[in-house]
Design a binder for this molecule. Structure first.
Ligand SMILES: Nc1ncnc2c1ncn2[C@H]1C[C@H](O)[C@@H](COP(=O)(O)OP(=O)(O)OP(=O)(O)O)O1
Length: 845
């Protein structure tokens, strides 16, 4: 054997050893993960066991549970549940006579006694459990007034209306009140007779009004400022889901008024978010009281959504008509367009439903809200804009037409049901394509993808009670027994069986590998189709079509995604986000003989199956909703009308050629390029020409949580082409001047017009130069700010050191939304590199 073949053999063996090592490493990681899960479960159980023993022996000593910052024994805690405080009689009297409530809910009395004792407190209580009472009642029992910081004017108005109704004097200061009114309120702050017991202000007011701060200073000196309540306190922290920059400046309150007790209230805050809030608000070792998030009166259920949008709305309509006749409810949808569509479809089916979304004028919004509250409207079909401040006690159902983007969001939204403690239902319609629809929207968020997958897991996981899956997100354990058959998984436990899906998963991996070998990327829909024996034959070759139903196919793919055998792959252009499937980290494990993968599925007639109606629906020609997932500004193409399906089927029957071979294509390519779709075309090489309607929604148009990007195009038809590089060049050359004219968010006119065919004189257009200058100015401004603030922080004796000087300025630094800056940078890069390439290719010099 010569030297070189020996080297080759050694190299080959090394490769195989390395591959094996990689597999072993994966198995170790899996086992470690399992170990971590079991250990954390063990710890929780031990803690609960300890608690159970403690409560069985009340005299035994003390372990601190609910106190986070400040260590307080259990006995000490329980002491605050008593009614032997100097203020207790007044508190109980006011509860009954003023607030007309018969008794306190869990933790309310403890929180009230603690804040009346002058302690700083964080109160974490589920939405609708009565946090407001914990500062309203103490306000009435104290001298002077309580300052309440609230993020929304509508929330303030709601509270003031309610307080006026029960004869508690309250005032507010915000941009919507008249100058005279504001003057009177300012005077009231320092009035020893305290004309109001509660003063509601926005955080912006605290940050910007020097007059307010000086009035509060005087009130503090005169001992009239009895308490500070910070509602939605999680808004202080960037790690919370609803960060507001002005909340960051509220630390001034505790610095200026150190002796005034502070009460922070929130429905959603993890311990790390609270730690952050503690620092931002400058409170020293506050006590944290956390009420259980388990809403025992809510029944949780997940239903599989029909892929056909119309059919899915039909399902919702018949559900409402059969189960909730004449009852009040909410249907949450993904987009404003969905809100309009679903509400009008429900109306057609005699359901009194109205839409609610951020793009409606304020009058229409408040009319819908008012009439729904007064039971004149039965159902509100809403985006997430219908949120804070919704406090209708008798909401009997909350249906999600599309899954929420995280468990926390779902908990909040579904939590609007059953606030009167009577039973209510929370039902999600879980659709395969919705996962990717939302995925592309949250891709720019910090842990958006991770949170979405947790929500998907909630919908798909039949191993555990829905409640217990939700509890993990609130650092709680809700036993399956504790669910009391109040979720569909617990109710139908006998209908489920664990199925070995290893062989199915292997087939999926084969299809993915085949696609990779052809240098092709598969969208989720293409993967489903290929596995089911549909779509281009090259995607499956010798791989046998699966015998599973479409719904099972989707379930297996989702399972593989959740477990890391598959993963998402995004591809970005300045205008579009593309979504594909990729083999995940764990995929190689499926090559090991002994490795198995299983999941629970519903059993009917001895086989894991789905409703026959669903199978039927699946056997119909499916829509090409995301083929590939062409996202315009974070929004997926919407299902087309039947007419388009027919057109498409017809063209399929006729047999389609790659469009680059048709003369017609050139015309189209030219048109599309002139329409400014050049970047999209680049991503569509190797695709079959199909008609897809792309739903592009502008900044005001997607899902009302501000994630919508910028272009103001409503709808457009788009062609996915099999164009080649050569064709594109040619088309490009045919086009004399190519204008890309994006519109700025909310602005009607195109903000920029960049010639993509640079003249002899300018390699980079004026607009691009302007953009570069703007970007440079922006960064130099931020840099100046960092310098300035670093200097300021170095001079602060409380937080010395280099770390503080770096961390603090960065904390309060204003940055544009991630999406905006990402898009700006990408757009700029595309243009600059495009021009650089042109120069390089000697096209223009
Ligand atoms: N002890 C009680 N007994 C009966 N009802 C109560 C009690 N305390 C409060 N409520 C009612 C009053 C309201 O209608 C409802 C919700 O109270 P509220 O203070 O608005 O909740 P919250 O502030 O925790 O919710 P959100 O997080 O939505 O702001 O509960």
């Amino acid at each position: 054997m010569d030297g070189s073949s020996e080297t080759n053999e050694m190299q080959a063996e090394l490769d195989s050893v390395e591959a094996e090592l990689e597999l072993v490493q994966l198995q170790i990681t899996e086992l470690l993960q399992k170990q971590a899960e079991l250990t954390s479960r063990k710890n929780v159980l031990l803690e609960r066991l300890g608690e159970a023993c403690d409560s069985a022996q009340p005299s035994s000593s003390a372990s601190s549970t609910e106190s986070c910052g400040h260590v307080m024994s259990k006995q000490e805690m329980q002491h605050y549940d008593g009614t032997d405080f100097p203020w207790s009689k007044e508190v109980v009297w006011n509860l009954k006579e003023l607030f007309k409530l018969s008794k306190f809910r869990p933790l309310q009395l403890r929180a009230i006694n603690m804040t009346l004792s002058g302690k700083d407190l964080f109160l974490v209580m589920p939405t609708g459990r009565g946090k407001s009472l914990c500062y309203q009642l103490p306000a009435v029992c104290s001298k002077g007034f309580t300052l309440v910081i609230t993020p929304l004017v509508s929330l303030m108005e709601d509270q003031i209306m309610y307080l006026q109704l029960i004869n508690v004097p309250a005032a507010m200061l915000n941009a919507s009140i008249s100058k005279n009114n504001a003057k009177a309120v300012m005077a009231g702050i320092t009035d020893p007779k305290s004309p109001f017991k509660l003063l509601y202000v926005t955080p912006e007011k605290i940050a910007k009004s020097k007059l307010l701060m000086s009035c509060l200073e005087k009130a503090y000196k005169a001992k009239l400022l009895s308490r500070i309540a910070v509602d939605e306190v999680h808004c202080c922290s960037q790690w919370g889901h609803d960060f507001r920059p002005d909340y960051k400046l509220l630390g001034i309150l505790k610095r200026q008024f150190p002796k005034v007790p502070l009460l922070g209230l929130t429905a959603t805050a993890t311990s790390s978010v609270l730690k952050d809030c503690e620092k931002i608000l400058c409170v020293q070792q506050p006590i944290t009281l956390s009420a259980s998030f388990n809403r025992t009166n809510l029944y949780y259920e997940v239903r599989i959504k029909d892929p056909d949008n119309e059919a899915s709305i039909c399902d919702i309509a018949s559900l409402i008509k059969s189960r909730y006749q004449d009852q009040s409810g909410i249907v949450y949808v993904f987009s404003q367009k969905d809100a309009e569509l679903v509400s009008s479809e429900l109306q057609k089916r005699d359901i009194l439903a109205y839409p609610y979304h951020a793009n409606m004028d304020p009058d229409s919004k408040s009319r819908v809200h008012r009439e729904w509250t007064a039971n004149k409207i039965k159902v509100v079909v809403a985006t997430v804009a219908f949120g804070m401040g919704i406090d209708k006690p008798d909401v009997r159902f909350v249906i999600h037409h599309t899954i929420s983007k995280s468990i926390e969001n779902y908990y909040q939204e579904s939590g609007r049901a059953g606030r009167d403690d009577a039973s209510a239902d929370c039902i999600v319609f879980f659709g395969f394509s919705d996962i990717f629809r939302i995925s592309t929207m949250v891709v720019m968020e910090n842990v958006g993808q991770q949170k979405l997958l947790q929500m998907v897991d909630y919908c798909q996981n039949l191993d555990r009670c829905r409640r217990s899956l939700m509890a993990v997100h609130f650092d709680e354990v809700w036993d399956d027994e504790g669910c009391n058959q109040m979720c569909d998984t617990c109710c139908r436990v006998k209908d489920y069986s664990t199925v070995d899906i290893t062989e199915h998963a292997k087939q999926v991996v084969q299809i993915m590998e085949l696609a990779a070998s052809m240098d092709e990327k598969l969208t989720p829909l293409k993967l489903v189709e290929a596995w089911m024996g549909k779509g281009p034959a090259k995607h499956r070759k010798t791989i046998k079509p699966t015998t599973l139903s479409r719904q099972q196919v989707e379930a297996v793919i989702v399972r593989m995604l959740l477990q890391g055998y598959l993963r998402e792959d995004f591809s970005f252009t300045p205008y579009t986000t593309y979504f594909y499937m990729k083999l995940g980290r764990k995929a190689p494990l499926l090559k090991i003989q002994s490795h198995t993968l299983s999941m629970k599925m519903r059993i009917t007639d001895g086989r894991s199956a789905v409703d026959t109606s669903d199978v039927k629906a699946n056997e119909q020609d499916i829509d090409i909703t995301f083929d590939p997932i062409v996202m315009k500004n974070g929004c997926l193409p919407q299902p087309r009308q039947k007419v388009f399906k027919e057109q498409r089927n017809q063209s399929r029957k006729q047999g389609l050629k790659p469009v680059s071979q048709t003369g017609k294509w050139r015309e189209k390519a030219k048109k599309h390029l002139t329409d400014g779709h050049r970047e999209e075309e680049e991503h569509q090489r190797g695709c079959i020409e199909v008609e897809v309607e792309v739903n592009i929604i502008d900044n005001t148009g997607v899902s009302d949580d501000g994630k919508a990007p910028s272009h103001q195009i409503k709808y457009c038809s788009k062609r996915k082409s099999a164009t080649t590089q050569r064709v594109r060049r040619k088309a490009c050359a045919n086009v004399a001047a190519l204008d890309i004219s994006p519109t700025t968010p909310g602005g009607p006119a195109p903000a920029l017009t960049v010639s993509s065919s640079p003249s002899q004189a300018s390699i980079i257009s004026d607009t691009a130069v302007k953009e570069l200058c703007d970007l440079r100015n922006y960064y130099s401004k931020q840099l100046r700010r960092i310098n300035y603030m670093s200097h300021e922080h170095l001079e602060q004796p409380t937080e010395p050191g280099v770390l503080a000087c770096i961390r603090e300025p960065l904390r309060s630094l204003w940055l544009p939304r991630r999406v905006t800056i990402g898009r700006m940078a990408r757009s700029l890069w595309t243009r600059v590199s495009g021009r650089r390439k042109l120069v390089h290719d000697n096209i223009i010099v």
